[in-house]
Structures are given as C-alpha cells and as structure tokens.
Design a protein. Structure first.
Length: 266
C-alpha cells in the first residue's frame, strides 16, 4: 500500500507504519502515589462508601489489585469494562449503585488520576514529523474509552493518528495478537511493515512479537512498567536501558526523540 510518497515497488517491505502505546509512552507518569490517592478518595466520595461504615483505609484494602484482576466478562449492559470493575467492587462491598452513579464515579476518578499524568513534550513534535512519512496508529489498553475519547483532543494527539484502537472498544487487549491484527486490518499494512513503540515488556513487547511486529521498548529513568495502576516501576537489571539493544536483541530507547534514529536501522 502506498502512503505519502512511498514507492510501492521499492519500499513495500520497509517500515510504513508506526503503532504507539499511549500511557507510559506518549503520556508520561508523574507522581503515581498521589494519583492513586486521588483516585481512591474520589471513588470513596463518589460512591458514598462512608455510608457502608468503611473507612478510607478499609476501602483502600478492598481496592488492592483492582486493575490487576482479570477484566469482568463482557455483558450487554451498556457498561464499560471500567464501570463493570466498579460494579464488581460494589457487589463485593454489598451495595448496588445505579448505572448513573457508576458512570459519574468512573469519570470523576479517572479525571482525578489523570491530573498526575502528562503529555511528553517530545510527543507532538515527533508525531508531526512522522505523520508525513508513515501511517500512525494509537493502540492502547484502556477500560473506559469515553475518558480517552475526550482526553485525546485536549492533548492534541488525536489529529496525528490514522486510527485509534482502545481495548475497551474492540473487546481484546494487549498482549493478545488480535488487537494488533485489528490495527493492521484498519491500515492495510503487513506486520513486517510496522513497528510498535511501547513501555511494557509484558504487554507491548510480547504482544507485538505475537503479531509478528517489531517492538521498540521505551524505558525512561531506568524503570520498566509493571502494568500497575500506580506504575511504580522497578529496576530491570537484565536490561541495558541506554540507547541501543539489550542482550536479547530488543531495541530500546530512553526518550521519544531517539526513535528517529532507530527507524533508520529497522
């Protein structure tokens, strides 16, 4: 497929598409302990947990592993995955909120969490250059798509992507190969024509490899994503986090600006 001046005869097997993860990649985590605290207190208030005679600390204990649990099964209930998670939590605490209460709690809690996460200042300049040569796709795991659909225009990111794929909309999530296959289908590209840039070895690297796509791992400040909502990160002693390849041949960058040089090598 030809895209923005690429030759269909000479460049068919060259990289023609770049797929990006969002959180931890284009969006940078800040003080996630405060983000978690803001999320927790907002939920406590929105769901009126105090009426259950639970303290904030008791509610916090009930919320442990909230996002690490398997997502609730899809149901024809009009709820997002995140709202279903909240409903499941509510059921465990023995109360049944209205759907309107769940939606309000979902929006408010994610907005509180989002206050501690910011757009990488290198993202917009980089995407502005890349979109002139490549098809760009945003591919992210996120349980409450309405939040992202309103947040992306606020950042200005929405205007750079040929398509945006959110796990909560398509019913599959990284590291499943299927979510990457959906992106390939929407762009008309082959797996060997694409690289995927992400921050999680477990979701982004493993998922891209499962789909036959070359992964590029971004690791900032020597910390690898743990896929935790608090995203504290941890040292990965087996990974060389400087610009280059690690021992397994995985391409690693420590900032978005290093991506341009990497693209000349793949």
């Amino acid at each position: 497929m030809q895209k923005r001046g690429l030759s269909s005869t000479d460049n068919d097997m060259k990289i023609q598409g770049i797929f990006f993860d969002l959180y931890g990649t284009l969006i940078v985590y800040g003080d996630m302990e405060r983000a978690w605290d803001a999320w927790l207190h907002t939920l406590y208030s929105e769901l009126e947990i105090s009426r259950l005679s639970l303290s904030v600390s008791q509610f916090a204990a009930a919320c442990e592993s909230f996002f690490r649990r398997e997502p609730p099964q899809v149901a024809d209930d009009g709820l997002t995955v995140y709202e279903r998670r909240l409903l499941h939590l509510s059921t465990e605490l023995r109360f049944e909120p209205l759907k309107t209460d769940l939606t309000a709690a979902a929006e408010a809690s994610l907005a509180a969490w989002q206050n501690y996460i910011y757009l990488d200042p290198e993202a917009i300049p980089l995407l502005s250059v890349l979109r002139e040569q490549y098809k760009l796709v945003l591919l992210t795991n996120f349980d409450h798509p309405p939040h992202l659909r309103s947040y992306l225009p606020e950042t200005g990111l929405d205007r750079f992507f040929d398509t945006v794929i959110i796990s909560g909309e398509v019913g599959t999530r990284k590291p499943a190969a299927r979510i990457f296959e959906i992106a390939l289908e929407r762009t008309g590209l082959l797996a060997e024509q694409v690289v995927f840039v992400g921050d999680s070895p477990a979701d982004d690297v493993a998922g891209a490899k499962a789909a036959g796509i070359k992964p590029i791992l971004i690791i900032r400040s020597g910390k690898v994503s743990t896929n935790d909502f608090t995203n504290q990160g941890e040292k990965d002693d087996a990974t060389n986090v400087t610009f280059g390849y690690n021992a397994a041949g995985l391409k690693i960058i420590s900032s978005l600006n290093e991506l341009m040089a990497v693209l000349q090598e793949v």
